[in-house]
Design a protein around this ligand. Structure first.
Ligand code: ATP
Ligand code: MG
Length: 371
């Protein structure tokens, strides 16, 4: 079943000095499907791909394609194609002569160059120097180079970077087509949303370590949780508190959304409506939702993000705010009940009892700050 096209990593580890870029990574990439390689910035995707292609030597472990390390593959350019760094092109050359030189090195007929230029839609600019290419055109040229040897194994490192929506759709369809032809397609991205649309199988890493290796369908069913958004009248914070208490008593899990709505899991929608009715609480919103895959991915990798932004405090740029209502009068508080600001919501991990850990930990059920 095409084992000669399989990529197999076993205990792959790469250290750069004190920095461990990839640690003990083991996985298979199978032919006939698009395998997404997902991880935050700096998680080790490019390093892993370079090791697969023999461009970086593993500190320990090994990786093979069809049972051979890349460097020992007979006629590697005809078997494996890769887009690693789209900028790795001699800018003074035209797209066509860049591809021609690659073709000559690999013993590929010149006619194939024109074919791949057509496939990636660069035929009209083939004679232009690649120095003047846009980011998207550069990506297309890199993809053309990967396709040159009509390889059975393809690696693409962030191929949609810099592409416009039409280009993204084109890459997505190309990946699927290549996989449908029975090829092994391994494509990296830091975007879950993109991978959910492109890949059949996912390998997720964080800080160089394996976090998940599963089909996209399994990832979706394991990680997307249903929840309800409930909003009570903003002018009556006590209604919100009353409903929160009733929901928790009924075994629900309640969290605050940034806009003041409640996010409820563990209680079906009709029951929420009944509980509100019994507690004499009016509802302004009761709607069913599903946590997005992006949220599930962020939850999975949150402990494994190397580069995290902090709030811009603008400390030195802040002007004292003018006080309204005259000297000595405290600024007017908004009538909206205070809601703890949460950047994003993390659904409970699969299998965790949603009814547990309620009483003390949930911000929504704490009494409002009486300011
Ligand atoms: N040649 C190198 N020397 C030292 N450190 C390196 C080298 N190459 C990569 N690293 C480090 O290894 C880690 C993994 O980098 P890598 O480029 O593989 O991540 P990535 O998942 O491809 O990230 P991105 O999404 O930003 O492309 C990073 O911390 C990076 O700084
Ligand atoms: Mg990278």
């Amino acid at each position: 079943m095409g084992l000669w096209r399989m990529i197999e990593a076993v205990g792959l580890t790469k250290r750069y000095g004190a920095k461990t870029a990839v640690y003990n990574l083991s996985f298979h990439v199978r032919p006939g499907t698009v395998t997404g390689f997902l991880g935050p910035n700096g998680s080790g995707k490019s390093t892993t791909m370079r090791m697969i292609l023999g461009l970086d030597r593993p500190t320990s472990g090994h990786v093979t394609i069809g049972g051979h390390p890349f460097r020992q593959l007979p006629n590697a350019p005809r078997q494996v194609g890769a887009l690693l760094d789209a900028k790795a092109v001699h800018g003074g050359r035209s797209a066509r002569s860049h591809l021609l030189s690659l073709a000559q090195l690999a013993g590929i007929p010149a006619q194939r160059v024109d074919e791949v230029l057509g496939v990636v839609g660069l035929q009209d600019v083939a004679k232009r120097r690649s120095k003047g290419f846009s980011l998207g055109m550069g990506q297309r040229l890199g993809i053309a180079a990967a396709l040159l040897g009509d390889p059975q194994v393809l690696l693409f490192d962030e191929p949609v970077n810099g592409l416009d929506p039409e280009g993204i759709l084109w890459v997505r369809n190309l990946m699927k087509k290549l996989a449908a032809e029975g090829r092994t397609v391994f494509v990296s991205s830091h975007l879950m949303s993109e991978m959910a649309l492109t890949a059949d199988h996912l390998i997720v890493i964080g800080r160089g370590q394996l976090l998940a290796d599963m089909s996209v369908t399994d990832f979706i069913s394991a990680n997307s949780a249903d929840f309800a958004r409930v909003r009570t009248p903003q002018t009556e914070p006590q209604q919100r508190e009353k409903l929160t208490a009733a929901l928790i008593e009924a075994g629900g899990r309640v969290m605050s959304e940034p806009d003041g709505a409640l996010r409820v899991t563990g209680v079906p929608l009709p029951r929420i409506s009944d509980l509100a009715h019994d507690a004499d609480v009016r509802l302004w919103e009761l709607s069913p939702h599903q946590a997005s895959l992006e949220e599930a991915y962020m939850r999975m990798t949150q402990g494994a993000v190397d580069y995290r932004s902090t709030e811009d405090q603008l400390a030195h740029l802040q002007q004292p705010q003018p006080q309204h209502g005259g000297y000595g009068t405290p600024p007017q508080q908004p009538v909206v009940p205070e809601v703890p600001q949460q950047g994003w919501y993390a659904p409970p991990p699969p299998g965790q009892n949603p009814y547990a850990a309620q009483a003390q930990s949930e911000p929504a059920q704490k009494p409002e700050d009486p300011r």
